[in-house]
Structure formats: structure tokens, C-alpha cells
Design a protein around this ligand. Structure first.
Ligand code: ZN
Length: 183
């Protein structure tokens, strides 16, 4: 069933005020209530625009998929990653499953991906350590640095800011950009 934006918004408001909306026909109460809680989390994470039905289905590039798979592999929950990135968690589960079986059959791929995973993990670790600090974006050590990131070299950012997708250096798959913490 497709729910309208207005309906979802009303459900979120009701949930916040402490009552569940009545369960519509054609869906069990358990399923409906879990949908409502999902809408609440989505709205909290991304604002109410995120409740609008998506008419255009985003095409995910392999690197973008992998970046999300990485987040799951480094310990974030499926639901958390799914909600923050506007992808269904069943779709995400599929990507992780495919990735795991692919990695098992391609050692070279596995090695390069592990290298990227380590960079990603290290970045998450650094973020914990330097929470709230400003940073300078340093050039990438990748063979083919992303042109979009090259424009950011040397610039100074506040903690949490990053490229157009909100990634800090090293967070995007294959990026390998460096970071210098300031303050
Ligand atoms: Zn980069």
C-alpha cells in the first residue's frame, strides 16, 4: 500500500503525542506500527521531506553501494544505514549478501576493498577522537583521485562537513583523501 505524505506526517505527529494511529485495513497492526516508527525515525534523521513519496528511483553507483555496505560491515545497523541514506533495508541486505559472496571469490578485489575498509574504519575512529574540531582536507593518495575532491584540497571545514554528499575525507569508497585536524 502507498501512503500519502500527509498521512505519514499525521501518523508521526500522533506517535509523538503518545498515540498510535488506527491501523488501516489490509495491514496487520504489528506491521503498520513498525512502519509508523520507521517514519518517525526517517523524519528525525532527514526531516519531513524524506516522507514524501519518491517518484524518481535513485540509481546507485557501485561505489555508493559499497560505501553503504562498508557501514554495515563496520557495525552500523541495517536500519540505521538504510534510513540515513534513503534506501530500503531489504535492498541493503541484498547488497551486503552479494558483496560477501563476491569478495569470497575474488581475492584481489577483497584485498583492495579491505584496504578501503581500513581507511574508512580509521576515519570513523579519528572522528570519535576529534569530535567538534575543524580540519583541513588533504590530497588523496589514490591513483585516480576524485575530481570533486581535488577541488577541496587545502580547504578548511567544520567537523561533520564534507563533500557534496556530506562525506569527510576517507569516508567515500576509494577516496583515500587525508585529513589534518586543527584547533
Ligand atoms: Zn577523496
Amino acid at each position: 500500500m502507498r501512503y500519502s505524505y500527509e498521512f505519514k506526517k499525521k501518523c508521526v505527529e500522533m506517535y509523538r503525542s503518545g498515540v498510535y494511529p488506527d491501523t488501516p485495513d489490509g495491514i496487520s497492526q504489528v506491521c503498520f506500527r513498525s512502519k509508523v516508527r520507521n517514519w518517525v525515525r526517517t523524519e528525525e534523521a532527514l526531516g519531513s521531506e524524506a516522507l514524501e513519496p519518491k517518484h524518481t528511483h535513485k540509481q546507485w553507483l557501485p561505489d555508493e553501494k559499497y560505501a553503504l555496505v562498508c557501514q554495515v560491515l563496520t557495525g552500523k545497523s541495517y536500519l540505521e544505514v538504510a534510513i540515513h541514506n534513503g534506501v530500503k533495508d531489504s535492498v541493503l541486505r541484498n547488497w551486503v549478501r552479494k558483496y560477501k559472496s563476491m569478495a569470497l571469490h575474488d581475492e584481489r578485489l577483497l584485498k583492495s576493498r579491505i584496504a578501503n575498509l581500513v581507511i574508512y574504519e580509521e576515519m570513523q575512529h579519528q572522528k570519535e577522537k576529534h569530535k567538534g574540531q575543524r580540519y583541513r582536507w588533504l590530497p588523496s593518495s589514490a591513483k585516480e583521485p576524485e575530481p570533486e575532491h581535488q577541488l577541496l584540497y587545502g580547504k578548511i571545514f567544520n567537523y561533520g562537513e564534507g563533500d557534496a554528499d556530506g562525506n569527510m575525507p576517507g569516508e567515500r569508497y576509494g577516496c583515500q583523501c587525508g585529513i589534518e585536524w586543527l584547533d
